[in-house]
Every structure is written in C-alpha cells, then in structure tokens.
Design a protein around this ligand. Structure first.
Ligand SMILES: Cc1ncc(COP(=O)(O)O)c(C=O)c1O
Length: 359
C-alpha cells in the first residue's frame, strides 16, 4: 500500500538518546523536554514555547489562558479538523463558524468581520492543511477589534507568511505532532507565544497548579498534566533540525503532482505569494465531472491511500444539529477535495497514471 505519509524519523536517529533515557531512568521533565522547547522557540522565532500531549490539549490551554468561559463566542475557521471547534464547545463557549476561501481554504476576512459580535472573545484561525495564507490580514482585523488571535497551527510547523514563521504571528499558536503531521512525536503538541503575560499561566497550569514562592513549593491553583515525555521530545528535536529540508522536498513533490494533474482539471490548494508552505497535506480540488469518493475507492483498489481534504465543521452532525449554520464554501471543499500521498520517494508517476486511468 502506498501510504499517505511516512514519518521523517527512523529508530537509528534516536537510538543513542533513547538508550541514555532508559539507562538513566529519567523519562519526564528532563533535559530533552527543555531542549525541544528551545528548538521550537529558535525555529519559530517565538519567545516562549510549552509542550503538550496534542494540539487539542494545547488549544484547550490556549483558550483557558485567554479566560474563555461559558457563553463566550469564539470565531473559528470552518474548514478544519473537529478539534478546532470541540475545544471551544468543551468550555461551554460557542464556536461561531467563519467560512473559508475556495482557493486558499482559509478564513475569509469579510466573514470574520461579519461574525464579530459583542460576545466574541477570541478568534481561531486555522492554517488549513498547513497553509497560513491570509493570517496577517486576519491578525489586523483582530487587532482592530481588540480580539486575541489563536493560530490553530496543528498542520503548520515549517510554514510562514511574509517571512514570519507560524508560531510567531498570532497571540498564541498551537501545533500538533500527530503521526499524520510532518513532524511527529507519536502524539504531541506545542504552544508558542511572545507575550510574557501568559508565562505564569502556563508554568503553573501545566504543572498541576504548582509554584515555588519564597523558596516554598505550593499548589497555588488547580492544574493539569499534559506533559510530553522525554522519549517523544528526542523524536521532536531530531525532526525540527531537518524541518527546512523536509519542507523543501515536499514542495518539489507538490510541483511534480501539479505537472501531471493540473492539465486534467485538478486545482491545487492556493498558496499566496510570500508564503513558505510546508505541504502538510497535498490537497487538490477535483474536476467537477468526477466523484471524489469513487476516485478514493479506485486508488485504494490500486493500493494507493488517499483521503478527503478535511472537514466542514459546521456540517458535522453534532454542530449542524446544535447551531444549524452550515458554511457553503467549507461544505463544498469537504466534498470536492482529495489528499494524495506526499513524502520522499513516493511514486508520483504511478499515482497520477492511476488517476488518469480513472478519468
Ligand atoms: C487543524 C487541526 N487542529 C487540531 C487538530 C488536532 O490535533 P491533535 O491530534 O494533535 O490533537 C488537528 C489534527 O489533525 C488539525 O488538523
């Protein structure tokens, strides 16, 4: 089976550090956690970085840091993975779905403007499939309305807009290191930000509410454990160090697919000028005369894994029933986009030949 993604990490790369960890018995809160945090700060340019067990827990903590509470509204990009809205819902707050561009798949500025209400307390911009196109414009609107911006950068490590890397644009950014991501720690996530005012919150809340005050350790608040263990951090460090090469090679594969597919009516997700795109997921809009799910079935019959682009959050059964506010562009993209395998050594010619056969 040609898989959708292969991890950019091998056992050989981590073997020495894994042995060191097993021999020392130091599995958590050690030097590799600190080193991974440093790597993320250096890579993204953000002043602060904390680790978490996933982007979902990272996003939850970001919302808590902004004191999002029951009844507050949080505007979210509608073309994403459900976690983007789930974290809002989980706090009793209201996810307000903003429709996305049919080209970049990202939140439309005019949608954001019209969805802002007196109850809006934050905005979650999603770098759809790793593409940060438009985030600076969204940031400007947020600043105009004095609203904090969270970047759901679950897919976006390695991407940038106008030379500023994801992780260093919004007020708070959350990354995912799930195995579908191009940097994986098995499961995992990170939170980055520049404003010192959040430091105490994350220091204390991510440490069970504990703080050392006047030399005395005390649980001054309630808190959580979303720690990423040492072994996972070793994996992360190895991949951050080669991230730029990974991004470059994925872009070459993207170009090769385009050569074969655009003449057949497939439209690539648009990446604006001034973007470095990590090609987290290689997504095309399919020609209008074919059925996406049939194409996925045809590829599967030829041992090629493919999947949908991503989800229209407002159209999922739970959110559609509760809010009845389905966004048309996101709905259309959920129906007519396909993700194709993308990693070093993938046989683009074979895959595109099978697509031609189907057509
Ligand atoms: C945009 C987006 N947000 C959040 C998540 C959740 O990430 P995690 O699995 O690390 O919780 C994902 C996962 O695919 C995602 O794509």
């Amino acid at each position: 089976m040609i898989k959708l993604i292969k991890p950019y990490i091998s056992f050989d790369e981590v073997e020495n550090e894994f042995r060191e960890i097993f021999e020392s018995g130091w599995f958590t809160k050690g030097k590799f956690v600190e080193a991974f945090r440093e790597e993320i700060k250096t890579y993204t340019g953000a002043k602060h970085a904390y680790l978490a067990t996933s982007a979902t827990t990272a996003l939850t903590m970001a919302l808590k840091a902004l004191d999002i509470k029951s009844g507050d509204e949080v505007i979210v990009s509608d073309f994403s993975f459900p976690a983007t809205a789930n974290v809002v819902e989980d706090l009793g707050a209201i996810p307000v779905f903003a429709d996305v561009s049919l080209e970049t798949f990202n939140m439309l500025p005019e949608e954001l403007e019209t969805k802002i209400s007196p109850k809006t307390k934050a905005v979650i911009f999603v770098d759809a499939l790793g593409n940060p196109s438009g985030i600076h414009q969204i940031k400007q609107i947020c600043q105009k309305h004095n609203l904090p911006l969270i970047e759901d950068g679950a897919c976006a490590i390695g991407s940038s807009e106008f030379g500023v890397r994801c992780g260093n644009i919004a007020d708070i950014t959350c990354f995912s290191f799930h195995p579908r991501k191009l940097l994986t720690t098995g499961e995992g996530g990170a939170i980055t930000f520049n404003d010192d005012k959040f430091v105490d919150f994350f220091e204390i809340k991510l440490n069970h509410g504990a703080k050392i005050e006047n030399g005395k350790f005390d649980f001054i608040d309630f808190g959580y454990n979303y720690r990423l263990p040492e072994l996972q951090c070793v994996m992360g460090i190895k991949q951050v160090q080669k991230l730029d090469d990974i991004v470059e090679s994925r872009n070459l594969i993207r170009d090769e697919y385009r050569k074969h597919l655009e003449s057949l009516g497939f439209e690539i997700q648009k990446v604006s000028d001034d973007i470095v795109y990590n090609v987290q997921s290689l997504v095309f809009k399919i020609p209008t005369h074919i059925t996406r799910d049939e194409l996925i079935t045809h590829l599967k019959a030829n041992d090629i894994e493919s999947t949908i682009g991503t989800y229209c959050l407002s159209g999922g059964t739970y959110y559609a029933k509760k809010y009845n506010d389905i966004q048309p562009n996101a709905k259309l993209l959920e129906k007519n986009t396909i993700t194709l395998p993308c990693y070093d050594g993938v046989d683009v010619k074979f895959i595109t030949t099978k697509i031609k056969e189907y057509l």
